[in-house]
Design a protein around this ligand. Structure first.
Ligand code: HAS
Length: 542
């Protein structure tokens, strides 16, 4: 990769890492407040801290890391950006950065204490919503650069199958662009006019539905880059091969089809949406589990074949043959492992009766600390251990590799303690998003105390892990010995098998996605507009 494109990706990563370290510190403070170990000074509000933590982790860290990674994957596989394309990508970066800075300022001055889901009727300053809009518009510029580069390659290589990583990048971007239509619509047409006082009220059901139209595919926008690393990079790192190119492409396409028309599974307990439509979207939710099961199958096949080639015997002999001392493998593998219980938790959430038990409890917080906080985060850590030195013309040293393994273990143990406590106390009724957890000594609330303390213990390990990660990354980026680190891209097991061309027929796949979305959302949205109770005037938290 040339120096200019490396610099572009690195700029994204530096913002992402700054966000995660600050957000991690806020996370620890939250666990300490909830477990009553500390009381925040009066000028800091718990919900303000929670908003900052959620926005920095879930929106800023992820988006910047992902775009840095996607740019690197595209440039590596389909060629360097031209001056114009690179400029477009930089415009995207700066818009995202301006949006982030503006949003953070609003949160810090207490004008946007609305949590990362910014649900109406909570109202923030119009500048917060403008900041969100800038962040999203910035991603459109960044995404346009990658898609343009992919199309350029296809035109120059007519009839050939595109490189898998470039295809996956485009699939992730297609999902992102379709998904963000919902959040752009609610921010532009509902939140901004309402917060500016141009209209008196906001249709709460509609705004929440448009948010979740975006909010669920958002989680797959986080997951798919991790899957890119699992499908393409992990096979190379372990010395094996990708099980099937076509299967990997199909899994990504199924995410485009099924990840969007499912937002109602976040609203199963909300009024204003009929049961029939909720049921339909839950069915599609179960369909979106399939590409993850395909991914699990493909990974097991890659591991097993590699193990057997190394002489492994028996059903699980391959397990011992994996390169456990290589952080590039170890961190993402631990992410995969944790995705098994995390995914099972998701299936519980999506099941109507069980959702009644866990909705709005801290179980849900446990679920997303396992999915995004463990599976995705550990994979991103694993990627950054080789990608940061690669982009800086340095190498991943033995010492960094060893520290990376410690860092991974600390993260894994911290997250396991914290999210187990969250899941379990959620089942005991412990609510999410509240700092008041003793309810004047009520006997049910008394039972949560030990779990709250466990969360603070987990949170402490996580912050230590983050500090270690940060220090090691600074060393890798600026002080590690110069050299050429590998950018691992796996080959396919049976390279002679041709990838069917219909898998790259974007018009068909996007067309089917649009039909499914229209079917799942048109009637409910018309209903929300026609039959919603009078809109809410809203209120500011603080
Ligand atoms: Fe979720 C709430 C359902 C996946 C994130 N989810 C959330 C929220 C977040 C989130 C952030 O239906 C909270 C939002 C808020 O603030 O309110 N989720 C699901 C389902 C899945 C799922 C069905 N979620 C994710 C992923 C996330 C994420 C991924 C982030 C990255 N989720 C829900 C529902 C709610 C929800 C409800 C709302 C709850 C409520 O009421 O509020 C599925 O996609 C999961 C499928 C996954 C699998 C696992 C496959 C396993 C693999 C690993 C293989 C391992 C290997 C290694 C090969 C079926 C691929 C093995 C090695 C060995 C040695 C064994």
């Amino acid at each position: 990769m040339n120096r200019l494109d490396s610099r572009l990706s690195l700029a994204h990563f530096y913002v992402a890492f700054s966000a995660i370290i600050v957000a991690g510190f806020f996370g620890l403070l939250q666990t300490m407040v909830r477990s009553e170990m500390i009381v925040l000074p009066s000028y800091i509000n718990y919900y303000q801290l929670l908003t900052a933590h959620g926005v920095l982790m879930a929106l800023v860290f992820t988006t910047f890391f992902i775009f840095g990674f996607l740019h690197a994957c595209v440039v590596k596989t389909v060629g360097d950006f031209s001056v114009g394309t690179r400029r477009t990508a930089w415009i995207g970066f700066y818009l995202m950065l301006i949006g982030t800075v503006l949003g953070v300022i609003m949160i810090v001055i207490g004008e946007a204490t609305v949590l990362y889901t910014f649900y109406a009727p909570l109202q923030a300053s119009p500048f917060f919503y403008i900041a969100l809009a800038l962040l999203v518009v910035g991603t459109y510029f960044a995404g346009a650069a990658d898609i343009y580069q992919y199309n350029k390659w296809r035109k120059a290589n007519k009839g050939q199958t595109s490189p898998l990583l470039a295809f996956m990048t485009v699939a992730t971007l297609v999902l992102w662009i379709i998904a963000t239509i919902g959040v752009v619509a609610t921010v532009l047409f509902q939140f901004i006019p309402w917060s500016l006082g141009l209209v008196d009220t906001i249709n709460v059901t509609l705004s929440r539905s448009l948010f979740w139209y975006f909010g669920h595919p958002l989680v797959y926008f986080w997951l798919l880059p991790a899957y890119m690393a699992w499908y393409v990079m992990i096979p190379k790192i372990i010395g094996g091969k990708i099980f099937s190119d076509s299967l990997a492409r199909l899994a990504f396409l199924l995410f485009i089809l099924f990840s969007i028309p499912v937002g109602f599974h976040h609203q199963l307990l909300e009024p204003g949406i009929s049961h029939g439509w909720k049921f339909f979207q839950v069915v599609l939710t179960f369909a979106v589990i399939i590409p993850s099961l395909m991914t699990a199958f493909s990974l097991f096949a890659t591991f097993e074949v590699r193990g057997r080639n190394l002489g492994a015997k028996g059903l699980f002999g391959w397990f011992k043959k994996l390169p456990w001392k290589d952080v590039r493998f170890f961190a993402p593998f631990m992410g995969m492992l944790m995705f098994i219980p995390a995914g099972a938790g998701g299936i519980i959430n999506a099941s109507n009766q069980m959702n009644q038990v866990i909705h709005n409890t801290i179980w849900v917080t446990g679920h997303f600390h396992l999915t995004i906080g463990t599976t995705v985060a550990l994979t991103f850590f694993g990627v950054s251990y080789w990608l940061i030195p690669y982009l800086n013309g340095r190498v991943l040293t033995k010492r960094v590799n060893g520290l990376g393994i410690y860092q991974t273990v600390l993260w894994l143990v911290g997250m396991s303690i914290m999210s187990l406590a969250m899941h379990y106390s959620g089942l005991l009724g412990n609510p999410r998003r509240t700092q008041v957890t003793n309810y004047n000594g009520h006997s049910v609330a008394e039972g949560w105390g030990a779990y709250e303390t466990a969360m603070a213990v987990g949170g402490t390990l996580l912050l230590i892990s983050l500090i270690l990660y940060f220090v090691v990354l600074i060393y890798s980026a600026f002080y590690a010995p110069k050299g050429q680190e590998e950018f691992p891209i796996g080959e396919v097991m049976d390279a002679k098998l041709k990838v069917p061309s219909f898998l790259e027929n974007w018009k068909v796949w996007i067309g089917i996605a649009v039909v499914l979305i229209l079917f799942a959302y048109t009637v409910p949205i018309i209903d929300m507009i026609q039959h919603s109770p009078p809109g809410s005037k809203g209120f500011k938290f603080w």
